[in-house]
Design a binder for this molecule. Structure first.
Ligand SMILES: C[S@@+](CC[C@H](N)C(=O)[O-])C[C@H]1O[C@@H](n2cnc3c(N)ncnc32)[C@H](O)[C@@H]1O
Length: 445
């Protein structure tokens, strides 16, 4: 974007905020932003606090930042109803806005909470080192009581899961760490240490578990993998994460992270000034729980409870949320085309768009009139058909009352993100190109 266009945009937002009728001006600003470069290929902020923990399909911080800066004023409320790793909320609070994030994934909630309300780094570091020392001593002095704790804590199914995916030695080190983390009295430090703990398990390579490829496919066990010491890995991760929070700028606004379903938000009508979010891909292309349960079981979530939670994710293949709603005609047509090839996949796609009708309806309800919502989505390919999530979600948005101000595209940098692998990568087709693209849908209430 040229400097001249930038100035025009800034003048427009100033004018609209002062005049109290932001509607049309903000729409123009949004359309113009969507025509600019949304790739952020040079975004250097992907390191640091935004990388405290791996998370699939997060967007570059510069993306929400662009919309926060140009579409809101300091003090206004920015919402991400599917907050994931907390990118939007952190960018909002660093710019003096009030950030609200909601999610139903316990790991997303932990990560967003720590990112937006981090502990004092010096205190966190000392505390983490002490956790490592005490964990070593506990294993040296009384390994048997650590083993008893493992026997006591988990139900049978969860124990089987742990025995399958973690060596006995790793289980003992993890439990020794966990017992010491739980003894930390400061809640912010304790959450931070839990995140460091999770970060040594949920990684692309499966961390200290026996799993490989937690990001790309179904995790598979590599029995000959020799996991590193969990305590040493924890100490390494602690150092890295402490540096990350030390380097992060001041948070001038306040953040609230809520455990809430995007289809039913505990927020008042017309209470939000901007929404920037990225929903899961159509028909469950990324199974968040598959990877996250490797650390969540350690925090006391039984595997069966996590399987139940999984059904609440938008686009889960089994249960659409609440009453089914009829889809806009063009969306139903896409579902029908898929249905001719695969009835089960069509049902899943239909469920996804029904879920997204509920998400969009809630977004519309909580947003102030005249304000903007930005949805970042990628298309999914089912049975070789590009389901054109961009066009379908545009239709869904209009059906609940939004006006589509514009649609931008951006390239996905697969090597920088935990994404599902494409079986057709590199075939150069138009569909394949679209799979490497995301759409940025700009909406106005
Ligand atoms: C693509 S990720 C968001 C990534 C985020 N933009 C970031 O930068 O980290 C989608 C998120 O939607 C969340 N989600 C799925 N179903 C949900 C629901 N019913 N309510 C709220 N969040 C949900 C998932 O847990 C996941 O964290």
């Amino acid at each position: 974007m040229t400097q001249q266009r930038q100035v025009v945009i800034e003048q427009r937002i100033d004018k609209s905020a002062c005049s109290g009728s932001p509607g049309s001006s903000l729409g123009d600003v949004l359309s113009e932003l969507l025509e600019g470069d949304l790739d952020f290929a040079q975004d250097s902020d992907s390191a640091g606090i935004h990388n405290l923990h791996a998370f699939p399909a997060k967007y570059p911080p510069a993306l929400p930042r662009l919309f926060v800066q140009h579409l809101t004023q300091p003090g206004e409320v920015v919402l991400d109803p599917m907050v994931g790793s907390g990118t939007t909320v952190l960018e909002a609070v660093q710019r003096g806005r009030q950030g609200i994030g909601s999610d139903i994934d316990p790991l997303a909630l932990l990560l967003s909470q720590v990112k937006t309300n981090p502990p004092d780094p010096a205190w966190a570091f000392q505390s983490g080192l002490s956790v490592c020392n005490r964990a070593y001593h506990a294993l040296e002095r009384d390994r048997a009581s650590v083993c008893r704790e493992i026997q006591k804590r988990f139900d049978n199914r969860t124990r089987q899961f742990l025995d399958y995916w973690f060596t006995q030695e790793t289980q003992q080190e993890l439990m020794a760490l966990l017992l010491q983390i739980e003894a930390e009295p400061n809640p912010a430090v304790r959450q931070f240490l839990r995140l460091c703990f999770s970060g040594i398990i949920v990684t692309k390579s499966g961390g200290v578990s026996l799993a490989m490829d937690l990001a790309h496919t179904r995790p598979h066990k590599v029995a000959e993998k020799v996991p590193r010491s969990a305590i040493e890995e924890f100490a390494r991760r602690l150092r890295k994460n402490v540096v990350s929070i030390e380097q992060t700028g001041r948070r001038a606004g306040r953040a609230a992270i809520l455990c809430a379903d995007a289809r039913s938000l505990p927020l008042r009508d017309n209470s939000v000034h901007l929404i920037v979010t990225s929903p899961p891909y159509a028909a469950n292309a990324i199974d968040y729980m598959r990877a996250h349960k490797f650390s969540l079981v350690w925090f006391g979530y039984p595997v069966d409870a996590l399987s139940l939670r999984r059904k609440e994710y938008v686009g889960h293949e089994v249960a659409p949320y609440g009453n089914s709603v009829s889809l806009p005609k063009p969306v139903q047509q896409v579902v029908d085309v898929v249905g001719k090839l695969d009835a089960r996949k069509a049902k899943a796609l239909e469920g996804y768009y029904q879920d997204m009708m509920h998400v969009m309806r809630e977004a519309y309800r909580v947003l102030q009139p005249g304000r903007c919502a930005v949805f970042v989505v990628a298309s999914s390919r089912l049975k070789g058909i590009d389901t054109r999530a961009d066009l379908c979600l545009g239709e869904v948005a209009q059906a609940v009352g939004f006006h589509v101000a514009g649609m931008g595209t951006r390239r996905i940098h697969r090597d920088r993100r935990m994404m599902p692998a494409s079986r057709h990568a590199g075939n150069g087709s138009t569909i394949e190109q679209r799979m490497h693209q995301e759409y940025v849908i700009g909406l106005i209430k």
